[in-house]
Write a protein that binds this ligand. Sequence first.
Ligand SMILES: *Cc1c(COP(=O)(O)O)cnc(C)c1O
Length: 377
Amino acid sequence: MASIQMVDLKTQYLNIKAEIDAAVIECIGSTAYINGPTVKSFQASLEKYLDVNHVIPCANGTDALQVAMMACGLQPGDEVIVPAFTYVATAEVIALLHLTPIIVDVDPNTFNVTAEIIEQAITPKTKAVVPVHLFGQTADMEPILAVAKKHNLYVIEDTAQAIGSVYTFSDGTKKSAGTIGHIGTTSFFPSKNLGCYGDGGAMFTNDSDLNQKLRSVANHGQSTTQYYHDVVGCNSRLDSIQAAILDIKLKYLDSYDAARNKVADAYDAAFAAIEGIQTPVRAANSTHVFHQYTMRIADGKRDELQKYLGEIGIPARIYYPLPLDEQGAFKASAVIPTPLVTTQQLCKEVLSLPIHTEMKEETLKQIIQGVLSFYKK
Ligand SMILES: *Cc1c(COP(=O)(O)O)cnc(C)c1O
């Protein structure tokens, strides 16, 4: 039997191989490797899919965050609020730009930041907040937007794990994750929900002024005239070949999300009766695209369960084992306004099971049986 993987990129590729191979070969033959027609086509497809005015492709999700902060004109010493429970990239670019990361706690159920938590951390120096739509569902954005507006903050949504998730406002309006604040950022890292076959990323905005600034910063700070550079920028582009791949995969994104939800539903049902497991809590006003299926394992049993599963051939991962402020990289620069009680607890309790778009019925059963057998010991 093939070993179980956290994600199965190979089978997903084989299922669309003919289409992908043709597009890649065509792109190579075209020699339009940088900013070619495939980049423009994918950009237009993604704008339509997300219902957003501007998609600005770039080299990866980390660059997207950095370019977003540069385009907002954030200056050294400005404070940016970021959740403690996230991937390192979010805080890394804050520190790289000599901004001050204000690290805050998250909600124990959704694992996302809330407006309340953000508001407690705001000072006169705060210029931006970065809600991270962790594991595939959108943070509760309506109250976050209200707090940001009241305090004149930029809202940069880190959508690396939640592209395709849809948020519903109290008046019934629906918006895609990443199109709600001033700028959304995402990553097309291979294992992300919309992944390419290398590195890739993008920024989204409805604001035409920010669109120009984002494009300029990502293109060496160039103005609209070639070889005239108004601001210091960087070089962050999405390769034409990756764009060709993404334009094809975007057509399948909704079916991929549905496949992930099917796996999540099966896990939910199987573990509902187990007291030691808190299955993922679905936010009332957001769809979940299950980038990860992340459980909370009670009674200090997380590490034991992970080890047990490993021994019977079932991989399970810890996203994330350490709060941001405890990472060596941020020990010096991070400001922690209030104790990160929930994050510390989550780092000890979370465990993510394999979830992907090509999960076979028998694999799913095997994983479920494996978890259940641990609790029957
Ligand atoms: C993956 C990820 C990033 C970084 O994306 P890269 O394309 O790897 O640079 C940023 N934030 C979050 C939350 C991520 O999961």
